[in-house]
Design a protein around this ligand. Structure first.
Ligand code: PEP
Length: 256
C-alpha cells in the first residue's frame, strides 16, 4: 500500500548526452502529445542536455511535463568558461536539476563538497534537485550499500534545513544497474529505499521523511517498472535508456 503522505510519484527521464536539438524537440513534442491524450498517474520530467532546455520549454506544456537539467555549475556566475549556472537553467523554464549522478561523480570528479555547493545553488535559484546516490558493484558485493548512501547524504545534503530538504527528490541508483541491463530486485530496491527514508527520518523527522520522493534508477524499463513502483518506498524512477524513445518512456510511466 502506498503512503498516505503527500509525496509525489515521479518518472524522470535522463537523456544524458543523447539527441541533437532537432531529435530532442521531436521526442519531447511526441511525449507531450501522448501524455495529453492519456493522462499519467504520476508527475513526468525529462532531463535534457543544456542546449535543449529553452527550446523544449517553449515547445511543450511544462505544466504536464517538467524539464530538468542534468548538472549545474558549483559557482554562481563569472569567469568559469564552459559552465552553466543554476540561474541560467532556471531562466530557461526548467524546474529540476539532476545532481550527483554517478557518471558525474566518476568521470568529472564531483566530490561531496562540490555537490553540496551545487545543491545549495540549485535551491537558491528555485530549482528542485534530483539528488542521485548509490553504491558501485564492489560495495554491494561487500554489503556496504547502506554506509555508502549514508555518507553520500551526509556529505552533500544533510547540511540543509528541513525546509530546504523538503524541496529535494532523492534518486537511489545502484551504479552496477545503470545502463547494464541488471536491475535491483524489487526486494533490494524496497530494502534500501526504506533504509534511506529511515536516515531522513532520523535527521529531519518522520513527516519530512514520509513526504520525500525517493526514485529508483538502474535499467528500469516498461517490463519491470510496475513491480518496482509497487513497493511502498519506491516513488518512481530515474530512467536513462528507456527515456530515449517515447513509447518506452510511456511504458515506464504506465508502471503507475
Ligand atoms: C541513469 O543513468 O540515471 C539510469 C538509470 O540509466 P539506465 O536507465 O539506462 O540504467
Amino acid at each position: 500500500m502506498k503512503s498516505i503522505f503527500m509525496r509525489k510519484n515521479i518518472v524522470a527521464g535522463n537523456w544524458k548526452m543523447n539527441k541533437t536539438l532537432q531529435e530532442g524537440l521531436a521526442l519531447a513534442t511526441e511525449l507531450n502529445t501522448i501524455l495529453s491524450n492519456s493522462k499519467p498517474n504520476c508527475e513526468v520530467v525529462i532531463g535534457t542536455p543544456f542546449i535543449h532546455l529553452a527550446s523544449i520549454a517553449s515547445a511543450i506544456d511544462t505544466s504536464k511535463i517538467g524539464i530538468a537539467a542534468q548538472n549545474c555549475a558549483d559557482k554562481e556566475s563569472g569567469a568559469y568558461t564552459g559552465e552553466v549556472s543554476a540561474s541560467m537553467i532556471k531562466s530557461t523554464g526548467a524546474e529540476y536539476v539532476i545532481l550527483g549522478h554517478s557518471e558525474r561523480r566518476a568521470y568529472y570528479g564531483e566530490t561531496y563538497e562540490i555537490l553540496k555547493e551545487k545543491v545549495l545553488l540549485a535551491l537558491k535559484n528555485e530549482l528542485k534537485p534530483i539528488f542521485c546516490i548509490g553504491e558501485v558493484k564492489e560495495e554491494r558485493e561487500a554489503n556496504k550499500q547502506n554506509e555508502v548512501v549514508k555518507a553520500q547524504l551526509e556529505g552533500s545534503v544533510f547540511n540543509l534545513s528541513a525546509e530546504e530538504f523538503s524541496k529535494i527528490v532523492i534518486a537511489y541508483e545502484p551504479v552496477w544497474a545503470i545502463g547494464t541491463g541488471l536491475t535491483a530486485t524489487s526486494e533490494q530496491a524496497q530494502e534500501i529505499h526504506a533504509y534511506i527514508r529511515g536516515l531522513i527520518a532520523d535527521k529531519y523527522g518522520k513527516e519530512t521523511a514520509e513526504n520525500t520522493t525517493i526514485l529508483y534508477g538502474g535499467s528500469c524499463n516498461p517490463g519491470n517498472a510496475k513491480e518496482l513502483f509497487a513497493n511502498p518506498d519506491v516513488d518512481g524512477g530515474l530512467i536513462g535508456g528507456a527515456s530515449l524513445k517515447a513509447a518506452d518512456f510511456k511504458g515506464v510511466i504506465d508502471g503507475f
